[in-house]
Each structure stands twice: as structure tokens, then as C-alpha cells.
Design a protein around this ligand. Sequence first.
Ligand SMILES: [Zn+2]
Length: 296
Amino acid sequence: MGVVRLTGQSGLIARAAGISRSSSGSLLATQSRATRMTAPSVPHTKPFSISTPVSCASHKNTSAASPSSLDINPQPKSQTDIAGADPTDRYAAGLRLNKEWAAQTARDHPSLFPTLASGQTPQILWIGCSDSRCPETTFLGLEPGDVFVHRNIANVLHPGDLSSSAVIEYAVQHLRVNHVVVCGHTACGGVAAALGNKNLGILDPWLFPLRQLRERNLKLLQSMPTSEAASKLAELNVREGLNIVKQKSIVLNAIQERGLQLHGLIYDVGSGVLSELDTEDSEEVIRARLTAFQTE
Ligand SMILES: [Zn+2]
């Protein structure tokens, strides 16, 4: 049973800062590529001039406002593309920045997009929260193609959930990822909701597993200040999520047959730093899990 390793190392990791943790290091095997491209850092001071500016009729009255010489879309511009549009509209900004990012990335890494167009070979399955502050590929400093992702509110895993189950099975069995990560985060709205007692409609059944964790750990959580209790429940939720992943036979088989590694992380939205939880199981727990859940 000792060959079954269900945990990573404990301690802080700070991938966004380029700190590596492992010499065997498959999680960071792509770290050398990490600094090559991070979407938010792409300069966007002006459009790239790799094509002649378009001057079709539909743009005549807006040419002065054209956001990019790469824009060859003949359709009328949306309100947000016109000069004077709301400069705080992040959707419009995103469309403009995407063109710049794509052009910059293609110039800096000519093989990236052609490679991605032919398929994907991600090493990591990431299960995280939908929260807008938790964009895993960005804060890992990795690239498109590196991380296969499932995100939902409060990174809750229900054993019978078809969506997450399909993602896990596809990632483990077909993409053959080397790492499965369950990541919670500080200041999680879903966790805060589960620590409160408001009726939240459809969110209530979704957050049910969090309320069960609250029930099982009520004394501990009530002994803590609110923010600390939220962090603790986020951690407990990660551990519970990992347990559910480990209860899947395909995962247990991949651990035994090819050394699939599982990791529990907490992302601090206030600092951008990831902390790795010590999620090592005792041999007794591993033995019981294999006996109960492994199928052929
Ligand atoms: Zn969250």
C-alpha cells in the first residue's frame, strides 16, 4: 500500500513568483515556459501594425476610433468599440486586448498556436472556484494548453455530479494528466454563504456539502473569528473534494498504475499566493478506500 501516494508536499508555493517546489517537479515541468507569456502582462499601449488598417464602408465613420489594425471584421462595430464608449467596460476592453494578446503571443511564440490547434496534452487537472479572482492559468503563470479546468461555485464536488465527474474521467483516463488539483480560496462567497443562514434558492442544494462540513465541524468553526472560520471551511472543503476525487476507481487505478498525484491548495486572493495543504492519508485510510471504491 505504501506505493499509493495520495498527497503532495506541504508548505508554501508561489508559482506566480516563479518559486519551484519539486525536483521531480512534474507540476512545474512547464515552469520554464511560465514566464514566456502571461495574458495580463501583455503590453497594450497601441495596436500592432501587422496588417493594413481596414477601411471598409462600415468603418468610415469610426476609423479614428478603430481599436486595432488587426480588425478585419466587416460587421458594424458594437457600441463599445466606438470612441467615447464606456472606458470601464471590461468586455470591450477584453475584445480589444485579445487581438493584441493573440498577435503578441504569435510573434513571441510562433509554435504555440499551431501546436494547440492540433490538440491538447495538459499535465494538470484543476478543480477550482468560479470566482473571478481565481484564474488558475494566470496565477500559475502557465499557458493555454497547460491546465484542464473545472470550476464551479465554491469548488464543490458532489459525488454524483455529472459535469465534474465527466471532467475528471476525461482528464484522468483520456488526457492522462499527471496532477489533479482541488483549490479553494480565501474570501470565498460560497463558503461565506454556507456559514450564514439565508435562504439562497438554487444555491442552497449546491452548497449543501459545505453546510454538512459546517455541521460536522461546528464547534471548531464557532470558536474562530469569521474570516478564520471561512478559511478553515474552505480548507475542509478542499479536503472533502479530494476525498471524493480519490473515491473514483479510475483515479485510484491511475495513482497505482502511473503515479497520478493529487494536491489540495488554497489560493489567497489578497496576495496571489498558493498554499499547499498536507493531505497525506494514513495507510489504513488508503487501504479502506481501495477496498471500498476500487473496481475493475
Ligand atoms: Zn469561491
